[in-house]
Design a protein around this ligand. Structure first.
Ligand code: NAD
Length: 283
């Protein structure tokens, strides 16, 4: 009798990795001569931004770091937002600043971001910090650092691996692609104009998807043995969160996959505070 069985992918559990890495972060925090403070500037009350900020605030509390949440009205002027960023720059009690993105359409993201003091730019998005991490120096944007640490935790090396990054935004896809390249991977970047996504994803050892489209990656995009890192966060009709990858349709094909929720998002929050502590270590 022929015996057939279905292999299920290894779950790359962000919660587990974060818990395991927490003592190291706490140790570093204890080694500082002061308690760091992260300023979080939120313009508007978008539900997704509010829930991301809630997660950051809860983690700050857990690790004993201060946070200062500055919530601003959706219709605030760009000049006023810039003034508030400058106030945070000048405040010696604040070591890290993030402006929660996206910003409302009337505010130019790059102008506001580049007002942040690069020495307090905890998500490494100012032009000065972008040029540093592009060359493999300085801190990485939190999502890219989180992906790197999750892979490292599961002993998955990027060196000489073929990595296809789907999504090329300045904030997420691009830093992840550059991080992978700097770790020695051979990187292909796909985007909304990519003609044959499945061909590009199927040739990879590791697929990293950061698009924001529910179920974009289906069984036809993957092959046996691949590692799938799902960065996307989407809200389903029932209100639950899900990634860009159709988890159910790929889980019996690929070798390993991150869940959403409970995958990269967990690591991004950890990485943000690791960045804060690194900044504080340099003061
Ligand atoms: P974005 O809209 O700025 O960029 C999306 C990218 O996807 C673009 O480069 C676009 O070209 C590409 N794209 C769009 N349609 C495509 C298609 N059909 N095929 C291939 N590429 C396509 O979004 P973003 O800010 O980069 O965020 C992407 C996703 O990552 C979102 O779901 C966001 O919520 C999530 N995110 C997750 C974390 C985390 O920690 N897990 C952190 C930040 C962002």
């Amino acid at each position: 009798m022929l015996c057939s069985y279905i292999m299920s992918a290894q779950i790359l559990d962000g919660r587990k990795a974060r818990e395991a890495l927490l003592p190291g972060l706490m140790e570093k925090i204890r080694g500082l001569s002061f308690v760091p403070t992260l300023a979080i500037i939120q313009v508007s009350d978008r539900i997704d931004s509010t829930s991301f900020i809630k997660a950051k605030k809860a983690f700050a509390k857990k690790i004993g770091v201060n946070e200062k949440h500055i919530q601003l009205a959706e219709n605030i002027s760009q000049e006023k937002v810039i003034d508030i960023v400058r106030e945070c720059n000048a405040d010696s009690n604040i070591q890290g600043i993030i402006v929660q993105l996206p910003l409302p359409a009337h505010i130019e993201r790059d102008i506001v971001i580049n007002t942040i003091d690069p020495n307090k730019d905890v998500d490494a998005l100012t032009a000065m910090n972008v040029s540093k991490w592009s060359e493999g120096r300085g801190i990485l944007p939190a999502t890219a650092r989180g992906v790197r640490e999750l892979l490292k935790f599961y002993k998955i090396s990027l060196k000489d691996k073929k990595v296809t990054v789907v999504g090329r935004s300045e904030l997420v896809g691009k830093p992840i692609a550059i991080m992978c390249r700097n770790e020695g991977a051979i990187v292909t970047v796909c985007h909304s104009k990519t003609l044959d996504l499945a061909t590009e994803t199927k040739k990879a050892d590791i697929i990293i998807c950061a698009v924001g489209k529910l179920g974009l990656i289906q069984s036809k995009h993957v092959k046996r043995g691949q590692i799938i890192i799902d960065v996307g966060i989407n809200r389903k009709e029932d209100g639950m969160l899900a990634g860009d990858v159709d988890f159910q349709s790929v889980k019996n094909i690929v070798a390993a996959i991150t869940p959403v929720p409970g995958g990269v998002g967990q690591m991004t929050v950890l990485a943000l505070f690791e960045n804060l502590v690194d900044i504080c270590g340099n003061i």
